[in-house]
Write a new protein. Sequence first.
Length: 538
Amino acid sequence: DSLEASVYNMGYQLDNLMSNSSFSLTLRTILDDTSMRPNELSAFRMIKYFFNSYESSYSYIHSVYISLDGRERFLTSDTGQIANISTYYDKDWHELYQKMDSQKRVFTTRRWIQKHTYSEPVEVISLFYKMTYMDGVIVINIDKSEYGKLLRNVLISDNQKVMLFNTDGDIVCITDPELEKVEWETLAGTIRSQIRAGNEDIGDKWTSVAGRHYYMDMLYSEYLNLYEISLTSSEQLMEEIRFYLTVALLILVAELAVIFIMAYYNTKRTFAYIEECVDIFSAAERGEALDSHVRGTDDEYALILNNIIRLYLTNNRIQMDLREKQHESELAEMIALQFQINPHFIFNTLQTLDFEAIKKLGTDSELHNMIQGLSYVVKYVLSEPMEKVTLRMELEYLKAYLEIQNARFDNSIIPYFEVDESTLDQKVFRMLLQPVLENCFEHGVDETKSRIIVKIKIFDRGDHISFTVVDNGTGMTKEEIAQLYEKINSKSSKNIGLTNINRRLILHYGSDYGIRIRSKPGYITEIRFVIPKDVQRS
């Protein structure tokens, strides 16, 4: 697999590279002539880059050649330059290529390369890859010693041996160098004859080598035309079998022990459950209070006990809740009666105050405007709370409310409204936005800023309408936002404004329609929510 992933792909990529007319013309030019134009030099450097990348990526790549038929010169990665076949230290590859079967696309063999007379020769595995788009060959030389180390690292054990044969039945590589010193003629001759006969079903059988028994298996690489023969000794297989038998025996003993322990535990627990069931039935018949502890439903006995205790406790809780709800209802009715005020009394009082203000200050006074705005706000608030209003009416009320707040804050409030005209006839519940603005003025005003900027944005989002209120107040940290969420969602919260609007949104439209808060300390706070369009629920 590693050879196919590296060596064959290397040849395939270089072959595809030569399909580019620029690279192929450059290669012909530099093999015919030593002089290169600037554009040819650039392509030549790209080819050399491919050479260097392969050799740096795979430690077992010795060298790569590219040669075109009929040329006396070829390109080699060893020097990164053009070399003459007749004067280059490695001439065997060209002779082997000339003898290569014309019907074969890929051929692999092993040979020796000696760069200098004083240096040790290097045994290589040479892969000859005929190019598709040009008449020529790509030769990839693999350092047999380095590749043998790679193969030995992936073996099951030292007792496993691997041999690589080419399609001529010649041994290309052996993982164990000692095996090459052993007389193999019988085994190698048998494999060679079967390979030459085209028999790919060589493996899956036992054979003897140098007096030892091996299990032989075979894999064939159609890309490299190589046969991989794996030999695993009988001693290694028996060692593996003994190991797995030992493990299986230990697992069996452990399973039997666990079975006996579980059987004892389940039997004991079953009798305990039965006894507890009898006691609970007796206590329930006598009307006695049950333990509040509820068992888990991990078996049928625990399920029975769980249901009995849950039924008893649920019944008690329902009775207590009913009494508590009745008490709360009576208390709420008393409070409502205690604080019930005739709206006409409030309107008449405000009208009287307005007449007095006009007599003393005139109709253009700030006091007159505040009383007028307050009259409108009170009338709007004390109207039927369950009756829905249009968004247009809600915004008119909101502007009156902002005028009152602006007088309170010395005319330092600057409101901005960005509203889609198409949303003004949408039905909403009363005081949809006022609690959010109230929260801005009560908790978010930054006294260091001379202006209080409040932006109200209402946009049509298809099936929903989006509401956003932004202020330039003190802002909040992430921890403060988390604490505010906790207060808003708590039934005992005293944060009336945001808690009120959040609960009403959820009651009207569902649990997915609560408020969302974003803030940056000392900069802004943004409170956002959406409602579905044309909802008929109330």
